[in-house]
Every structure is written in structure tokens, then in C-alpha cells.
Ligand binder design. Structure first.
Ligand code: ATP
Length: 398
């Protein structure tokens, strides 16, 4: 296996890191890329309003998630477990012990590459890993990089690859922190921005109850794995369209769509804790199913953390099971979740069409499909789902 190791302060990780990492992973044909935040960086002093090592690791995890196909990029917290300076030579010793038969490559930008001979134990570093270096700025001289590569090869017998990035993104964490403190749009991936807002890092001090749609979206995406992002954006878009079609408030539909799955990946105990905190009463089936709980806990965070109104709360609350006598917004979010553009199952096209011509008939069909699917998979049907279906029959709506 060929493993890339990309160390940094990642305070915060930004789009320069992600685009360089992606391009280098491709050029080197890496099987795996590990992004390693330093606990105590030897090469720079942490800024005064720096994030904690744990927060930098979490932001790096968010940036790594979905960066390469098949989850090949991951954040690695091994330096956080070590006391003292986070020396790369120690990290590579640990990596070599972990991956004795694999080929290690250290990834770095020009600033780091040009001073590599002055790092702690450069001979250890260069004996344990190859070095892949790329330019950070259009002003970095390729000739100087070539000369440095030649010197490292000669002095240390180093393996060096100079990687040409298809696009150089001239951004630094320092610039990102400055932009954030001034309230300007930062050059970080959206979910990283969401994490920064949620933890009020770098002087952002956002009031989470008064976020713009863009900020709210960033927060929601920061709470779930990248594989769920397309679905959340799909539900948002579809809920807005359905609200416009049926005369519900599109802004409320948007906010419910954005937040509906924000607690999707909390485990059962975390879900139960939120329910206890906000006094959500559960039945036996719900107490045992994180899948059923995420709609309740998502609703709770929407209301109590993100300041959303009642209508949004209930639309999220009922989006998994449905219930008898649903409000217009509840129906819209339930159906948007079911048939947004990323959903692909037999009958989804028919359901999509019906959503725009007869909402109650679409709801009845969606419930029927859901009940049939659960039955086939041997999953117990929640009484509110059956209740929703029976209510429509009783009222001649499906
Ligand atoms: P700061 O502004 O706080 O000094 P930084 O932007 O340099 O931070 P680091 O986390 O210290 O970020 O950088 C980690 C690694 O990423 C280094 O090898 C660095 O050269 C590289 N790097 C940083 N920014 C870029 C960029 N825009 N393009 C390519 N590589 C980059």
C-alpha cells in the first residue's frame, strides 16, 4: 500500500489543504491519505485565538471525510496522544511500526519543503518516507524547488517528488482566521465552516438562533458524514419546491429540510440523552431505534439550538414516521425526504409526479410504500405510520 501523510496545524484546515491533498493523492496514486494535525507544532507558534488540538482534529476529520473515494482520506489523531513537540520523525516512526510493509510519503507545501533539512532528525524523516512537495503560491519558484529536491537527494538519499497542482489556491489558515474575525466568507469547505460557527471559533461568536440559511446549512452539514450531504441538499430543494406548489412557507420548508437529518449519526445513547434533556417522551419502539429517534432529536436541536419555530420543529419531528392529521409542512417534509432527486427505488417517479398533482394521494402512496418495504424487511411498523395511513383512508384522502 502507498500511504500519504499530510501533517499540519490545520487551524483551521482550508481549501488550499483539500485541493493540494486531492491532487497529490492522485499524482502519487495513494491508496490511503492520512491528515495528521500537530498537537504542538514545531514550526510555528499557535495563534492567540487558536482552536484546541481536539477541535483541529475534528475539523480535519470533517475535511477528510469524502475528500477521496472509498473513504481513502482520514484524519489521524496520533500526534494528539503524544506529549511535547509533535515531531514528524516520531510520527513517522509510529507510522512505520503501524505499516511496516507499506510505502510512506510525506506531503507538504513549499514553505515546509524548503526548510526540511532544518527539522528535528531530518535523516530519520527522509529514511522512513518519500517527500511529495507542491507549490502553495504562484510566486514559489519551481527552480528553487528543483534545487532543494536535488540537495535533499544528495545529502540524505531522499526520495523526492515535485507535484504540479492543477490549480494553486493561495490561501493560508492565518488568512482564514482573519476573514472569519471580520465576518467575511472563509475559504474553507462548508462543513468546516459550520463546525467553526457551532463552536464559535476564531472570533465568529455566531448566535446560532439567528443564522442565515447559508450558515444554517453549513452547521447541519458539519454534523453528518459527507455521504449524507447530497440527500440533505436534495430535501431542502424539494421541500422548497413543494412549499411553493402547495402554498406553504418556503422559508420554513427550507429550514426544516436543512436540519431534518442533523442528528442522523448520533448513536442511540446520544439520541436518548437529547430526548431526556428536552423532555421528549418515547415509546418502547422508539427507545430502541436510533433511526426513529433522529427525527425527534433533530427537531429538538432545530428548536432549542437553532431557534426554529414550532412548524419547523413538528415537520422534522414527524418526518420519519408521519402521523394522523399532518399539517401541510409536515406532509411536505415527509414527502421531500422520501422522493428527493437522489432517491432511487421502484415507483419513485410515480410518487414524484403525484407530489405535484395530489399531495394527499402522494402521502398515501408514500406511506403504503414505506409500510410494504418495512414489512418485507421484517422491521416493526410504528403505530404513528399506520395511524397516518388510516387517517387518510378515514377522511377519504387516499
Ligand atoms: P498558517 O497560516 O497558520 O501558517 P497554513 O495555511 O500554512 O497555516 P498549515 O496547517 O500549517 O496551514 O499547513 C500544513 C501543510 O499544508 C504545509 O505543508 C503547508 O505547506 C501546506 N499548505 C498550506 N496551505 C496550502 C495551500 N494553500 N496550498 C498548498 N499547500 C498548502
Amino acid at each position: 500500500m502507498r500511504i500519504g501523510i499530510y501533517g499540519g496545524t490545520f487551524d483551521p484546515p482550508h481549501l488550499g489543504h483539500s485541493s493540494a491533498a486531492k491532487a497529490a493523492a492522485e499524482a502519487l496514486e495513494l491508496d490511503r491519505l492520512l491528515l495528521v494535525p500537530a498537537k504542538v507544532p514545531p514550526h510555528k507558534r499557535l495563534s492567540e485565538n487558536s482552536a484546541s488540538p481536539e477541535q483541529r482534529l475534528e475539523m480535519t476529520r470533517i475535511l477528510a471525510d469524502g475528500l477521496l473515494p472509498q473513504g481513502r482520506a482520514q484524519a489521524d489523531g496520533l500526534e494528539l496522544a503524544r506529549e511535547g513537540m509533535s515531531y514528524t520523525s516520531d510520527t513517522l516512526r509510529e507510522m512505520k511500526a503501524r505499516y511496516p510493509d507499506d510505502e510512506l510519503w510525506l506531503l507538504m507545501g513549499t514553505d515546509m519543503f524548503m526548510t526540511l533539512q532544518d527539522w528535528h532528525e531530518p535523516e530519520v524523516i527522509l529514511s522512513l518516507a518519500g517527500v511529495a512537495a507542491f507549490r502553495r503560491s504562484g510566486e514559489d519558484s519551481p527552480q528553487a524547488m528543483e534545487a532543494q529536491a536535488a540537495r535533499l537527494r544528495e545529502d540524505f538519499g531522499a526520495r523526492v517528488r515535485l507535484v504540479e497542482l492543477p490549480r494553486i489556491r493561495e490561501v493560508s489558515s492565518t488568512q482564514v482566521r482573519q476573514a472569519l474575525a471580520k465576518g467575511e466568507a472563509p475559504e474553507v469547505p462548508l462543513p468546516v465552516y459550520g463546525y467553526i460557527l457551532r463552536d464559535q471559533l476564531y472570533g465568529t461568536n455566531a448566535d446560532l438562533k439567528r443564522l442565515t440559511d447559508d450558515e444554517l446549512r453549513a452547521c447541519s452539514l458539519s454534523m453528518v458524514y459527507a455521504k449524507r450531504h447530497a440527500h440533505i441538499l436534495g430535501v431542502e430543494k424539494t421541500a422548497v419546491e413543494l412549499a411553493e406548489r402547495w402554498g406553504a412557507d418556503p422559508e420554513l420548508a427550507r429550514r426544516a429540510g436543512i436540519l431534518h437529518d442533523c442528528t442522523k449519526y448520533l448513536n442511540l445513547e446520544e439520541q436518548l440523552q437529547i430526548c431526556r434533556k428536552y423532555g421528549i417522551v418515547l415509546d418502547d419502539l422508539e427507545r430502541e431505534s436510533a433511526k426513529l429517534l433522529h427525527s425527534k432529536t433533530g427537531a429538538a436541536l432545530a428548536r432549542y439550538v437553532y431557534g426554529q419555530p414550532e412548524e419547523v420543529y413538528w415537520a422534522i419531528f414527524w418526518h420519519t414516521t408521519g402521523k394522523a392529521d399532518m399539517s401541510l409542512l409536515e406532509k411536505i417534509v415527509y414527502l421531500a425526504d422520501y422522493m428527493e432527486p437522489n432517491r432511487d427505488f421502484d415507483g419513485v417517479d410515480k410518487l414524484r409526479k403525484l407530489c405535484y398533482t395530489d399531495l394527499d394521494a402522494a402521502l398515501a402512496l408514500g406511506l403504503d410504500m414505506s409500510i410494504a418495504d418495512l414489512t418485507e424487511r421484517g422491521v416493526p411498523i410504528h403505530k404513528n405510520t399506520q395511524g397516518a395511513r388510516d387517517w387518510l383512508t378515514r377522511h377519504g384522502k387516499g
